[in-house]
Design a protein around this ligand. Structure first.
Ligand code: ADP
Length: 437
């Protein structure tokens, strides 16, 4: 920079000296100086104009310049070259990014602050039936499914919903909207038609198989009961334990089929339980405990601890089955000398049904898997030989259908607590309790 300044100064000094010499020798000193300064000024003005014309795009190249301008134009050319290189790199990255998103098998749509479509990939055009002219339209004017509109209105981002493709009824889409900038969203949609079909086939198979097994089991059970009651069988001492074992296994098979059928009924019915009503928890829990007490099998005493009179909005039959599963488990896995507490309490956050026992407890590593179908903690069959491993799967399913969740805490040798947590909107006052919409 200093070099450029020095060169400009020497250029000016040299020119001035020449003008002075010529002016002095010709007797027009002042005129010569004035002409020189004017020429100097015109030169600067010319380069300024060159710069302005170049920066406005009227001139493609900058002149070489001289003096200070050589350096200025050189620096500008360098900057321009660097800028062009960066622009080329960015364009390349952008192109590659576009190619990658175009190659995505899932639909991706960029939504602006008013949820209007800014960009979408090829899969979105295919799965959602979008055309280039749809850019700028609000997404809800193209995907009008009520579940999707409700999903956006309630900003349930992070969750996914399954809807029919707007342009093709035979395609099931799993849709998720992710906010990625303030007021900017990315909509992702995946074709899950095949997965849903396989799930349905699996559910139907289990339901049909369980249903078909019922009749032969009932027949076998009938014959077995006849045999056990018959005089002949009672006379044979080796026969009786065999029949007893057969009867136990048959009972287990029957429980298994009942649980499987119940699970598949829960799965095949709509997401929301059909009958929604305010359930009197005191009544429901007292009934369940009463029924268990009437079985006359010795078991640990069950204490009912009601800390709230509030009711729970839900399907009474489903809730009864879930709570019965938890209380029966506590009874089965707790020695008769232990204690079981069933507690119902509410807070601003929701309603809670707890079943706590003083049983053997469950090792921590098994807790996350308890609600898996057929999952049983090793050794469970000793305490509950007729267990199916489906009870807690049913509980989880019923709670899901009531927007609730199951929490389990347990300490080895001390006992376990199973807690059903329900959201606040499901907890209602007994007097004002009204049927859910
Ligand atoms: P099961 O018919 O075997 O009881 P569940 O699905 O109801 O099936 O329970 C799954 C497993 O969780 C049981 O096999 C048992 O190991 C464990 N479990 C459930 N409840 C309790 C409890 N109250 N105390 C100890 N273990 C339990």
């Amino acid at each position: 920079m200093l070099r450029a300044l020095r060169s400009e100064l020497s250029l000016f000094a040299f020119g001035l000296a020449a003008a002075l010499t010529i002016g002095w020798s010709q007797g027009y000193l002042k005129l010569a100086v004035a002409v020189y300064i004017l020429g100097y000024l015109i030169r600067h003005l010319y380069y300024c104009w060159c710069f302005l014309a170049w920066s406005h795009g009227q001139k493609n190249e900058l002149p070489e310049g001289n003096g200070l301008w050589t350096e200025i134009f050189h620096q500008l050319r360098l900057r321009q070259r660097r800028y062009r290189r960066r622009k080329r790199q960015l364009a390349k990255i952008l192109k590659r990014f576009r190619q990658a998103t175009e190659a995505l098998p899932d639909a991706a749509v960029v939504l602006g602050d008013g949820l209007e479509i800014e960009w979408f990939n090829k899969a979105a055009a295919h799965l959602l039936g979008f055309y280039p002219k749809d850019k700028g339209l609000r997404i809800t004017s193209l995907i009008r499914h009520p579940d999707f509109v409700n999903y956006l209105e309630h900003a349930k981002f992070g969750q996914t919903i399954t809807i029919q493709a707007p342009s093709r009824e035979d395609i099931q889409l799993e849709v998720r909207v992710v906010p990625y900038l303030p007021d900017h969203y990315l909509l992702l949609a995946q074709d899950v038609t095949q997965i849903r079909m396989l799930e349905r086939q699996r559910r139907d198979f289990v339901a049909h198989a369980s249903h078909e097994l019922r009749t032969p089991i009932t027949v076998i059970k009938g014959y077995l009961e006849t045999l056990m009651d018959s005089e002949e069988a009672s006379l044979s001492p080796t026969f009786r334990p065999v029949l007893k074992r057969m009867d136990d296994q048959l009972k287990r098979l029957q429980y298994l089929i009942d649980d499987l059928l119940y699970l598949s009924r829960l799965e095949t019915s709509q997401n929301k339980p059909s009958a929604m009503q305010p359930v009197d928890m005191e009544q429901l829990l007292a009934d369940i405990i009463d029924e268990l007490d009437q079985l006359k099998e010795p078991h640990a005493p069950i204490r009912l601890q009601l800390e709230s009179q509030k009711h729970l909005l839900g399907n009474e039959q489903e809730l009864r089955s879930a709570f019965t599963n938890l209380i029966v488990n506590a009874v089965k896995y707790t020695p008769a000398t232990g204690a079981i507490t069933v507690r119902w309490h509410t807070s601003r956050q929701g309603g809670y049904l707890e079943v706590a026992d003083t049983g053997p407890g469950i090792p921590a590593e098994h807790l996350p898997r308890l609600t898996e179908r057929f999952y049983r903690v090793p050794g469970a069959e000793l305490l509950n030989p007729t267990g199916t491993g489906l009870g807690l799967a049913i509980v989880k399913h019923v709670l899901n259908r009531h927007q609730g969740r199951l929490e389990v805490t347990s300490q080895i040798g001390q006992g376990s607590t199973f807690r059903c947590c329900f959201p606040a909107e499901r907890v209602v006052q007994p007097k004002t309790a009204a049927a859910a919409p």
